[in-house]
Design a protein around this ligand. Structure first.
Ligand code: PYC
Length: 312
């Protein structure tokens, strides 16, 4: 029986499960190398932690690792129901809230190593967290795709720590009552953009007018395993800022309030970094469970129910 100590939190409604102890020993120096070791040797562990019956498709997991870069307080590898994430904005806010809950961090600046670079998280006195993300940029503007039963869609491809296809004004209201339709729409769009020369895109982000006062935009973000992000998505908001900056629609240091499909918010801004930007995303996470997962190999669903329908 393996015992895995985890702390669960949510950031703007999106859940994060951080493995604090009991995970596999990961060989490799950097977080990127450790991710490859986890993927090659212990992928079932990922599934056991986040998939049903212990988790759900919505859950993002993170395993804390020894950072190779000693300026970092910790390293983290994020994963979901189908694989691994380069970075995760809501998850990083969850990591900081988790470490603060454990008494391992005080308010101030803390560097965190991720597989795609070092991010700087600031824990504020009021418990909110600002994450200065990895350099973000737009790769392609105005990419038109034709999706079955949808027609022609135009959007931008951008990097914010993960790859996004960002679509404005797709004619659909971004509302919680329509998430099934938005999921189906975004999934078709994702297949179309992948087929059209952008196989790296694994998140689709749709935008519409905000519903809440003071917000600039509302989004729906479809994640790689077909779950939608309950938060405004930290890496997705970073990709959005890269596009706004490239179009001259948001000045350096100006505030952007991104609302999610559930109505939660991140506040964001950016500074220039050569021809890329460094976005900063601010939000709050709340710890809501501290528990021990039991991995009993005689349980037929010990390693989680995977999307291909297989147990273990
Ligand atoms: O906040 O960056 C994010 C994120 C990625 C996937 C789910 N949330």
């Amino acid at each position: 029986m393996n015992r895995i100590h985890v702390i669960d939190s949510h950031t703007a409604g999106e859940p994060t499960r951080i493995i604090v102890s009991g995970g596999p020993r990961l060989q490799g120096g950097s977080a990127a190398e450790k991710l490859e070791f986890l993927r090659q040797r212990h992928d079932l562990f990922r599934s056991a932690v986040v998939n049903e019956p212990r988790g759900s498709d919505v859950l993002v997991g993170g395993i804390l690792v020894e950072p190779a870069n000693k300026s970092c307080v910790v390293g983290v590898i994020f994963f979901n129901n189908v694989g691994y994430l380069g970075m995760c904005g809501h998850g990083t806010i969850g990591v900081i809230a988790t470490l603060a809950h454990l008494g391992r961090l005080k308010p101030g600046e803390h560097k965190i190593e991720t597989p795609v670079g070092i991010v700087t998280a600031t824990l504020h006195e009021d418990g909110t967290v600002s994450v200065a993300n990895v350099p973000s940029y737009r790769k392609a503007k105005g990419v038109t795709v034709e999706a079955p039963d949808i027609g022609v869609i135009t959007g931008d491809v951008a990097w914010g720590g993960n790859w996004f296809y960002l679509v404005e004004n797709q004619g659909k209201a971004i509302q919680l009552s329509d998430v099934e339709m938005l999921t189906d729409f975004s999934w078709r769009v994702r297949k179309a953009i992948n087929a059209q020369g952008f196989p790296e895109v694994d998140h689709v982000e749709l935008f519409g007018p905000p519903l809440g006062a003071g917000a600039h935009s509302r989004n729906f973000v479809l994640c790689p395993g077909k779950a939608y992000d309950r938060s405004p998505c930290g890496t997705g908001t970073s990709a959005k800022l890269a596009c706004l900056a490239a179009d001259g629609k948001l000045a350096e240091g100006e505030e952007w309030i991104q609302e999610s499909v559930v109505g939660s918010r991140f506040t964001a801004s950016y500074r220039r970094h050569g021809d890329q930007i460094i976005p900063t995303i601010t939000g709050a996470a709340y710890v809501n469970a501290e528990t021990t997962l039991l991995l009993n190999e005689s349980d037929p669903f010990c390693w989680g129910l995977r999307q291909n329908g297989h147990a273990g």
